[in-house]
Write a protein that binds this ligand. Sequence first.
Ligand code: COA
Length: 431
Amino acid sequence: MSWQTHYAEHTMPVEEAIKRIHSGDRVVTGHACGEPTYILDAMVAHADDYENVEIVHMVPMGKSPYCAPGMEKHFRHNGLFLGGSTRAAVAEGRADYTPTFFFEAPRLFSTTLPVDVAVVQVSLPDEEGNFSLGISIDYTYEAVMQAKTVIAQVNPQMPYIYGKTTIPAEKIDCFVLHDAPLIELASPKIGPVEEAIGANVASLVHDGDTLQLGIGAIPDAVLKFLTDKKDLGIHSEMFSDGVVDLAEAGVITNAKKSLHPGKYVVTFLMGTRRLYDFVDKNPDVYMAPVDYVNNPFVVAQNDNLVSINACVQIDLMGQVASESIGYKQISGTGGQVDFIRGASMSRGGRSILAFPSTTKGTISKIVPLLDEGAAVTTSRNDVDYVVTEYGIAHLKGHTLRQRARALIAIAHPDFRPQLQEEYERRFHEKF
Ligand code: COA
């Protein structure tokens, strides 16, 4: 049977496709801006047809209606990374969080979390009948490979991206044609705090470095302050529109990369239509599953790899909580540790944690002790540079005393006296 015949015979309305999902199934979906919301919404509209369907994904960028109160008997969300639309359900015990390094997520689908159904969004097919998973390759690719049933929304607005991103028509059991804009992530707001952080981070980035940019407002904002650099490269779990600005300005050329020279290497994308048009059939973009892109041994093959990530809290020893506020899980480990470890093994590599010294202007992010219940995302052994609007603290290879001094020096001035008191108590010396 030709792929065209398979495609035609397996194309159906969404209501038909979701009948292939049964009570008790584990459904793994694409995530972030590639989330297949059209199909997820149809599942929720038919919630009474399901009992105990587990919905697994990472970054939620849609409204996650399956997490609404009352939905728990139909759907149980299992988040590998939480966001605004899923946090409450987990905090209230109606959904779950599974800790994982991002690069290990695909492996879960052939071990602990076997996949019944993969629900994804794909591009239009190429001439050979291959559909690109577009802006969410990451764990989605392996979910498709492992699933017993694959349901795909074919969306002409999904870019076709080169690399290891495509699946053959025959791998898809149900095609649902639906043309709709992809979810977009707006550019971050830049104020004086972000400007100062950006300038501090820029002083640690050298011409020819290869960058990883983490999730959140700060890593993206930092890009605006790299305009005087030359020949930067990208090997990142994700990136946003800020990279397009630097590409168009000739700052990012990928020319000096030691692995995949000339290519933007990435596993998922979140931005606006401008970003999605930039990556569409762009021969300079290479997307691949996260077990390759984020694998610390692969990351380390990039010389001068600089990772830039954010966190929630850091204590005076350098232990970093990036995914929870006390007991409340707010996001996930994601690729932070994958890249921090890769950067530390990269020749000339550096890792940076950059964040405003306070949140909401009243809570210090540099603290004597992490909040009770906080998960340590990045251990004190892994941390390298820490940056706030007040400066740069270098922790790697430094004693506990030196670390505490360096961190207090970049804390918000309002919180330094209490941190200094803690220093004097802990180290038995005047600050
Ligand atoms: N105490 C109390 N609340 C805090 C806090 C603290 N120390 N730090 C942050 N918060 C609150 C913020 O006020 C904000 O609350 P709101 O939603 O009510 O506005 C919320 O937590 C999110 O913080 P914000 O700083 O706006 O988040 P961000 O979008 O810039 O993301 C991280 C920052 C740390 C959450 C994000 O980078 C992350 O999840 N990192 C871990 C994974 C990672 O780095 N992956 C790498 C690539 S995926």
